[in-house]
Design a protein around this ligand. Structure first.
Ligand code: GLA
Length: 635
């Protein structure tokens, strides 16, 4: 075992970055010695609740919201965990220009009409929700103007008044608004949209027509290069800081709504509690697949406190309405498996029992809310059929979902190996509650179009005394994923344009994150393979990466490491290092074409293992793909 504590503090000079005198900079891959994943806010499990947008768009009002809240309580949904009641776009009247204080549209939220110097306040509204055992959520924009002011121009509830009064977003008012919404009004959850930094450029017709202030867009949804990623992140970080300052008890949820743009799929975890990984969902099968795919390959970026958000549920509408219960169950099950927030988007005052029984499926909710926070990982992938496996914290148990994405029946074979199990596996169908045993190595299921089956699986794990890292993504923080230049992710389902036109050439890949870390796959979606040897378990990541892994309770780490056969950089060597609480425990060097090398480390009393893969002497800009094959923690 190597002892090289000093490495933690090593500084090295980066000379290539600057033509002027080289300044020593901290080694970006130096071990932290502790968990650096964000811990602010209160989202130990994915947030659950209701939001007004998918049900009412901007035509929201107090009677609708309170009627919904009552159903949440009376139906038992609240007690299942659906506690957040979130107002979306449409609540605002104007910003008072004398002091910048936001005004509620009291015509639709009458309890907010408090008079006095405040004029309006949401405090009576949030007090009422709190008395009902619920929590309250509000909506704003990171820029000056909102999405409805650009896209819902027919809306009855658009902000009113002068240009300045209609500046209802956070721009220039972050501290003031966050203090008002949380400290004064008592909200517990905020969704921060991004239209204000996206669609209010000087050449936007809507800006001229409606006399909005011009805001040169920071986000270009069609182009990562034309998006100012650091500026977008910095704006969202300001809100994170204001939230922490206004919530001394830390009881809040911060939802970043930047639609997968600005590479938020990579940094959302460090700034907020959930971040949209895609554009808006619509109640269409193809669009649901699109938003789902944008989150489903990002298991390593989510975990307790921070969740990928493929957008709110559309159960009850369109392709997921009461006449399409197969699709509705699939949509709900998919969200549960990937630890997506379960935010209902339906007018619950008029919900048929068949829909209520979907949201209130205790077993599916339990899978979503499992305290381990391990997002499901793909065990089989194709355009038609997928298998997702999610580790439940009760060791030995998995949830598995078989999905037929296609329009004809599909045969899907499930094996113990896909569950990382051996021998007989006991399956319980979490919708029908029927039980069966997976014997003789495998079982084939026939699924109807758009059908899914969700089972809880109990059996003997392949690693009886440990866990593969790819089984416990919620225990991993990707501190650095090695992606040097953000690229759009091409493996998201490309639906035909849900907003009608087929005139724009088609749906292009646009969400950053391609090349990010993957469980049981390479960063570019190949099988993990080192010198011809395939690893069905492991972590695929680029070089110049650092992962933190919660390791308390395990006695050693093991992996077989090497440069992956799929690498495009065939020249450079990689140094693999294993640190325990900041101390170097083991290291190996590998190059393309070499067999995977065993790397083991003793973990006595270690809390955090850090796995660093460093490009030894970069001679090429091409991505250098590495594989931590069979990487596991053993008891
Ligand atoms: C954007 C968001 C939606 C919703 C609307 C409101 O489109 O992505 O979720 O909040 O704005 O206008």
């Amino acid at each position: 075992m190597l002892k090289a504590t000093l490495l933690a503090f090593t500084l090295f000079a980066v000379t290539a970055l600057s033509a002027t005198a080289a300044q020593p900079v901290a080694d970006p891959l130096a071990p932290a010695g502790h968990w650096t994943g964000a811990t602010a806010g209160r989202a130990a499990t994915p947030p659950m609740g209701w939001n007004s947008w998918n049900a009412f768009r901007t035509d929201v009002d107090e009677a609708k919201v309170m009627g919904t809240a009552k159903v949440l309580v009376d139906s038992g949904l609240r007690d299942l965990g659906y506690i957040y009641v979130n107002i979306d776009d449409g609540w605002w009247l104007k910003r008072r220009t004398s002091d910048g204080r936001m005004q509620v549209r009291t015509a639709i939220f009458p309890s907010a009409k408090v008079g006095g110097s405040e004029t309006s306040s949401f405090r009576p509204f949030t007090d009422k929700l709190h008395r009902m055992g619920l929590k309250a959520g509000i909506y704003t924009d990171i820029g000056g103007n909102s999405c409805s002011q650009a896209y819902d121009l027919h809306s009855p509830n658009l902000p009113e008044g002068t240009t300045a009064e209609r500046q209802i977003g956070l721009r220039g008012h972050v501290q003031q608004d966050i203090k008002l919404y949380f400290a004064d009004w008592g909200f517990d959850y905020i969704k921060v949209d991004a239209c204000g930094i996206n669609v209010y450029g000087a050449d936007s017709p809507v800006v001229k027509q409606h006399k909005y202030n011009v805001y040169p867009p920071l986000i270009d949804q069609a182009s990562i290069n034309r998006t100012d990623i650091p500026a977008v992140r910095a704006l969202y970080q300001q809100v994170a800081d204001a939230l922490a300052a206004s919530n001394p008890d830390g009881d809040y949820v911060y939802s970043i709504c930047a639609w997968g743009a600005a590479d938020v799929r990579s940094w959302g975890k460090d700034v907020g509690n959930l971040w949209r990984t895609s554009g808006d969902i619509t109640p269409q099968w193809g669009r649901m697949l699109h938003t789902f795919d944008s989150a489903s390959t990002r298991a390593l970026y989510a975990g307790p406190g921070h969740w990928n958000d493929p957008d709110m549920l559309f159960v009850g509408h369109g392709d997921f309405d009461v006449h399409h219960l197969t699709e509705a169950r699939t949509h709900f099950s998919l969200w549960a498996m990937i630890n997506a927030p379960l935010i209902i988007g339906y007018d619950l005052r008029n919900a048929p029992p068949a829909l209520m029984s979907i949201w209130s499926n205790k077993d599916i909710v339990r899978v979503n809310q499992d305290r381990g926070g391990h997002q499901a990982v793909l065990a089989y992938d194709s355009d038609d059929v997928q298998i997702f496996v999610k580790t439940l914290s009760d060791s030995g148990t998995k949830a598995v979902l078989l999905l037929n994405r296609g329009s004809g029946p599909a045969e899907i074979t499930l094996t113990p190996a896909q569950l990382k199990m051996v021998g007989d596996v006991a399956l319980t169908d979490l919708w029908s509650k029927k039980t069966m045993t997976l014997t003789g190595g495998e079982q084939t299921f026939t699924l109807q179009p758009r059908e899914s089956r969700v089972f809880e699986a109990k059996g003997k794990r392949q690693l009886a005394d440990g866990m593969y890292l790819s089984e416990i993504p919620g225990a991993i923080n990707i501190a650095r994923d090695g992606v040097a230049v953000p690229l759009p992710d091409p493996i998201v389902h490309r639906m035909s344009n849900p907003w009608g036109a087929t005139t724009n050439g088609g749906e292009r890949p646009s969400y950053g994150g391609w090349g990010g870390a993957r469980a049981d796959a390479t960063p570019y979606d190949q099988a993990l393979t080192v010198d011809g040897t395939v690893f069905t378990s492991g972590i695929g990541i680029l070089a110049n990466s650092r992962m933190e892994v919660k390791a308390a309770g395990f006695s050693h780490f093991e992996a077989k490491v090497g440069v992956d056969d799929s690498t495009r950089n065939l020249k450079d060597k990689v140094v693999f290092q294993v640190f325990g609480d900041g101390h170097l425990l083991a290291q190996a060097t590998a190059a393309y074409g070499q067999a995977a090398q065993p790397l083991t480390a003793d973990l006595a009393n270690v809390k955090i293992v850090e796995l660093v893969a460093r490009n030894d002497a970069s001679s090429s800009d091409l991505p250098l793909v590495v594989t931590w094959g069979d990487a596991a923690l053993r008891e």
